[in-house]
Design a protein. Structure first.
Length: 427
């Protein structure tokens, strides 16, 4: 019965979302159960699978906390840092009936997995970026008498397969208007890194500073009447018992917004190729005509992926952004580094999100697992842009020559399967 009720809620939310659904890129038109994909039955390879394996083998133990349940153990097992915590009081989620300004949902994430916790909720909700199957959803029962195990949750697909996820199982980021007294929730709008700050964070608590730039966050009753809605902490806004931190860091918000869109694009690129190319499924082969058709299709998809990967359409920051949880410092210090000590994880936060505008998800297992028919055109398009061969002013505005040079040098030192033509000098 609980599953039926949550599915009904998801469908209710989905009906509201589709009214404002804005497709930002081409969408996958095939089936998730195509024999080339088999989303519900294919073997999985992601961090949740690894944790389940350790739980079953007795290599890992979860401890139940009376207020937060298995949350602390799950965060440790999935390597989810507390400084990544984001707090959302909009009710657009699986356990929306329990969420509000006095009981916000807490999200934690890294570059492989995200976890949602609702105080008093039935389950922990987890979304893992699988190597080949896109985003895979799990729940963990929040009961002291339950043997801890993450169970596959297909009910989440009721909301997480839409035009805003490119019609693949993916991640969603919404900015929501403040609801009227008679409304269950405000009006949601899908966002990605191309949206200005003025359109972001509605329905979320946001800690940290965006300088003179305004956003939609912190539009909550507890802050009505204040001169400023800027927060250094959420202390005093609600009972914080059970929460892991008093922050909802603005920098973490910016990073997750980019990550959601990039994750969905990588999934779509992989799925389009696997469905279209018979040569990926021996003993079948593709005809010259099929090969030409696939190449044309993938060239278009590669352009979409590379534009997002290189932040070509990113909304520029108009003032300095600063968090306060330690997220920015930790994130910038992570990732592989080139011989000059530079990393694609380094943040800028003055003019733009990243110091070197190339997505850190370039290192993800999902990118590495892309079929050659998808990866090769992505690499070729990247080189066209980074080498200066692309003459469209939009690219030269987004990426200076110094940006392009730095990205190429970092990739040469940190990406093992980089094609040989990246050894050429950029123009």
């Amino acid at each position: 019965m609980r599953t039926l009720l949550t599915l009904a809620f998801c469908l209710f939310v989905l009906a509201g979302i589709r009214a404002v659904d804005a497709q930002r890129a081409g969408t996958f038109m095939g089936s998730a159960e195509d024999p080339a994909i088999r989303y519900s039955t294919a073997p999985l390879n992601n961090v949740v699978v690894d944790v389940n394996r350790k739980l079953e083998a007795g290599e890992l133990q979860f401890t139940f906390d009376s207020r937060s349940g298995f949350l602390p153990s799950a965060l440790d097992a999935l390597k989810l840092p507390v400084d990544s915590q984001l707090l959302v009081f909009s009710r657009l989620s699986l356990q929306g009936k329990r969420i509000g300004e006095q009981n916000p949902r807490a999200l934690f994430f890294n570059d492989r997995v995200a976890l949602g916790w609702v105080r008093g909720g039935d389950v922990l909700e987890v979304a893992a970026h699988d190597e080949t199957e896109g985003v895979v959803f799990y729940t963990l029962n929040q009961r002291a008498d339950a043997a801890p195990r993450f169970e596959r949750a297909f009910v989440c697909l009721g909301c997480h397969v839409t035009g805003n996820t490119l019609n693949v199982p993916g991640l969603l980021m919404f900015s929501t208007t403040r609801p009227e007294a008679s409304q269950y929730s405000g009006l949601p709008r899908h966002i990605d890194h191309s949206d200005a700050l003025a359109k972001r964070f509605g329905g979320w608590f946001v800690t940290g500073s965006t300088g003179s730039a305004h956003h939609m966050g912190n539009d909550a009753a507890a802050l009505d009447g204040r001169i400023s809605r800027e927060l250094t902490s959420v202390e005093g806004l609600f009972d914080a018992d059970g929460y892991r931190a008093l922050s909802s860091d603005v920098v973490a918000h910016l990073v997750l917004t980019h990550q959601a869109g990039m994750t969905n694009l990588l999934t779509r690129a992989a799925w389009e190729t696997r469905v279209a190319d018979p040569s990926l499924h021996p003993p079948f082969t593709s005809t010259p005509g099929q090969q030409a058709s696939i190449a044309a299709m993938m060239a278009g998809i590669a352009s979409e992926v590379v534009d997002y990967l290189l932040f070509i359409d990113e909304a520029k920051l108009t003032d300095r952004v600063r968090g306060g949880s330690g997220f920015a410092e930790r994130f910038s210090a992570s990732g592989p580094r080139d011989r000059k000590g530079r990393s694609l994880y380094e943040l800028d936060l003055n003019r733009r999100l990243m110091k070197y505008p190339c997505s850190y998800l370039f290192y993800s297992p999902a990118f590495d697992a892309l079929p050659p028919a998808a990866k090769d055109p992505i690499y070729r398009r990247m080189w066209e842009v980074l080498s200066g061969q692309e003459q469209d002013p939009r690219y030269r505005t987004a990426l200076s020559r110094a940006d392009r040079q730095a990205i190429v040098e970092i990739l040469r030192d940190t990406k093992k399967d980089l094609p040989p033509y990246f050894e050429n000098v950029t123009k």
